[in-house]
Ligand binder design. Sequence first.
Ligand code: PGA
Length: 252
Amino acid sequence: MTRVPFICGNWKLHKNVAESVELATAIKNAVGPIRDVEVTIAPVFTALYAVGKRLEGSSVALAAQDCFWKSDGAYTGEVSAELLRDVGCSYVIVGHSERRQFFGELDAAVNLKAKAALAAGLRPIVCVGESERERDAGETFGRISAQLEGSLEGFGQEAAAKLVIAYEPIWAIGTGRTATPGQAEEVHAFVRDRLKKQFSAAGDSIRIAYGGSVKPDNARLLLEQPNIDGALVGGASLKADDFLGIVKYRSG
Ligand code: PGA
C-alpha cells in the first residue's frame, strides 16, 4: 500500500500574523515543485486567514490546531470546524497531548471534535501518545489502544479515508529525545493493526504520522519505516530551512 507521506508543521503558540505569512511564503515557494509529499502547516488561529490567502494556488494545505464540536452558539472563546473551513483550512489537529495536558481534554471530547471536523469537510489529525511514566510501566500499548478506541468511536470506513493519526510519545515532544525508528515503528505497527481491525482494508490507507523532536537529521530514518507515513513537527517547523529539510527528507 503506497501512502503519500504527510508532513505537518505545528506552529503551536508561536508567530504573529506577519511572521506567519513570511514563513508560509518561504514554505510555499520551496514546496512548489514537490509532489511526492503532502505538506501542511498549522499556524495560530489569528493567522489562519492571512496564511490561507497566501497559500491559495499552492499545494501546501492549511490546518488548525484545534476546533470546537458545536457549529455555533453561546460558547465564548471557541472556534467551530465550519469557521476553520471558511478561512481555508482543510485539516485540523485534535487531541494533541498539550490540549489533553493543559486543557483537560479527554478522548470523548477528541471524538466529538473529530466528528465535527468531518461534518464540516475537514480532515482530522487525531493525536495519541503515552507519557514517560506509562512507557516505563509497560502501559504504552494499552494507553494507545484506549485513546484510539475513545477518539475514533463510531467512525466508519468513509471517515477512515479522511483520517490522519499522529503518534506522539509525550516524552519525545519538545525534549530533543526522539523515539528511535524502531520504538516508533513498533507503536505505528500496533496502531496500523488496530486501524485494520476497525476499518478493514481502509485501515491500510490511513496515514500514521510520527511526532516528537523530528528534525532534518532524523526524519529520513523515521520516515523510512514501513508504518511511519509522515511527521507532525513542532520546534523544527518554525524555521523554513529546518522544516524544508524534513519535507525533503528523501534527499537528506
Ligand atoms: P516537537 O513537537 O517537534 O517540538 O517535539 C511535536 C508536536 O508537539 O507536534
